[in-house]
Design a binder for this molecule. Structure first.
Ligand SMILES: *Cc1c(COP(=O)(O)O)cnc(C)c1O
Length: 412
């Protein structure tokens, strides 16, 4: 069974102040995940996770992660601005974008962020944009047919990201000639992966590449960023990623394969989901029940609050608060109100008997949840709350109002 860090009574008290739907994040859980990750990799000098801002772009969360030693991974102008406002600066920020606009590179450079280029043609684009190249550059490697990807990120050979093997070598060579002196490398080949050996194999691939780059170009990479993608158990019977296995597998390879580097490259990740995903909950109230060809439960939340089930057919566990130990003997489709038939949080889910007014908690919404939300059908973006370690609840994003929603229109 999946646990929830609050009771029906505590949620009812919160709802009196902040009406549903809202996402609530558990600060203690987020800190715990951050610490688990850092302790698993404590053997790696200069280890760092650059939290992928897109997973949970809220300044209070970013501040909390900064206190745990994390940097941030940004991919857009807004994310860069948010990182800056949350107190990140310089090489605390990794800028991993694609199809990037000039103003985004300008902002990244202004902040002194580590710029990670997605294509060989961006060297010239960056040079033209900034007038000169920064002293430190990183490239995103796409291994193409060398690796198979997974569902969310796709097959590397069909993925739009990164440079081919051949381009990687040409890119570093060009940068050397243009006076760049510091280099890193990056890849991201999996998303929501629970198999530890996948990450160990990615490390092997990157350590080999680091060797070849040194051999061919004389560059000793300063860091190797293995991307994000640590998975979380969305299903109640799934085991969490064995991060100790990931870390010890990578440690063995690191010690074997990089032994002869005079300065060891730093090991970076940019995980979002692993850090915050399990510690967010979408809290919603049952508005309607409907029996037609199937039994439906209609919530006051919709796909606009959480797109993953509709977009990826992703499983998100559902708990009916106060009915945790009730017999699950009903089969429901749990829906939102969008005029869009895939606006379903669950299809044919076996749950206890649900009544109108019940409070439904949708689990694992702490990453790629609120942030993937949208305004289709004029749905307003929900509030975000933070359950702090002292038990206090803080409003960390107010709910959108109709005025917010219409702010860009000229209404009479
Ligand atoms: C989305 C993304 C991440 C974070 O992915 P998670 O699955 O949340 O760990 C990291 N790096 C890049 C480049 C991304 O696009």
């Amino acid at each position: 069974m999946k646990s929830i860090p609050f009771s029906l009574e505590s949620i009812q008290a919160i709802i009196k102040k902040y009406p549903t739907p809202f996402h609530i994040y558990d600060a203690a859980g987020i800190e715990q995940s951050a610490q688990t990750m850092y302790s698993a990799f404590s053997w790696a000098d200069g280890f760092r996770n650059f939290f992928a801002v897109k997973a949970l772009p809220n300044p209070r969360i970013l501040e909390l992660l900064k206190a745990q030693g994390m940097g941030v991974d940004c991919s857009s102008l807004a994310e860069l601005v948010l990182a800056k406002r949350a107190g990140f600066a310089g090489e605390d920020i990794m800028f991993t974008s694609n199809d990037t606009a000039a103003e985004e590179f300008e902002m990244a450079a202004e902040l002194g962020a580590i710029i990670n280029l997605d294509d060989i043609s961006h060297i010239e684009f960056l040079e033209e944009t900034l007038g000169e190249l920064p002293e430190l550059l990183c490239f995103r490697f796409n291994p193409g047919p060398e690796r198979t990807g997974n569902v969310i990120i796709g097959n590397p050979a069909e993925a739009k990201y990164g440079l081919t093997r051949d381009q990687i070598f040409r890119a570093y060579k060009t940068c050397l000639q243009k006076g760049v002196t510091r280099f890193g490398i990056h890849t991201m080949v999996a998303s929501n992966e629970l198999d530890p050996s996948y990450f160990v194999e990615t490390a092997r691939m990157m350590f080999e590449l680091a060797h070849e780059i040194r051999e061919e170009l004389g560059i000793e990479l300063e860091f190797i960023n293995l991307g994000g993608g640590f998975g979380i158990p969305y299903l109640p019977d799934q085991d969490p990623l064995d991060i100790e296995h990931v870390a010890s597998g990578i440690k063995t390879l690191f010690e074997d394969m990089l032994a002869d580097f005079s300065v060891k490259p730093k090991l970076f990740f940019e995980c979002g989901r692993y850090v915050t995903g399990p510690h967010g909950y979408l809290v919603s109230t049952v508005l309607h029940k409907k029996n037609t060809y199937r039994e439906y439960v209609g919530l006051d939340a919709s796909m606009a609050n959480l797109m993953r089930p509709g977009m990826y057919s992703a499983y998100h566990h559902i708990t009916v608060l106060g009915k945790e130990s009730a017999h699950a003997d009903h089969t429901y489709d749990v829906t939102g109100s969008l005029c869009e038939n895939n606006d379903k949080f669950a299809i044919a889910r076996v749950l206890p008997k649900i009544d109108i007014g019940d409070i439904v908690v949708i689990h694992d919404t702490g990453a790629h949840g609120h942030s993937m939300g949208f305004n289709y059908n004029g749905k307003l973006r929900s509030a975000e709350l933070l359950l702090k370690k002292d038990g206090q609840v803080q409003l960390i994003r107010r709910a959108e109002t109709l005025d917010d929603h219409f702010a860009t229109l000229d209404l009479h």
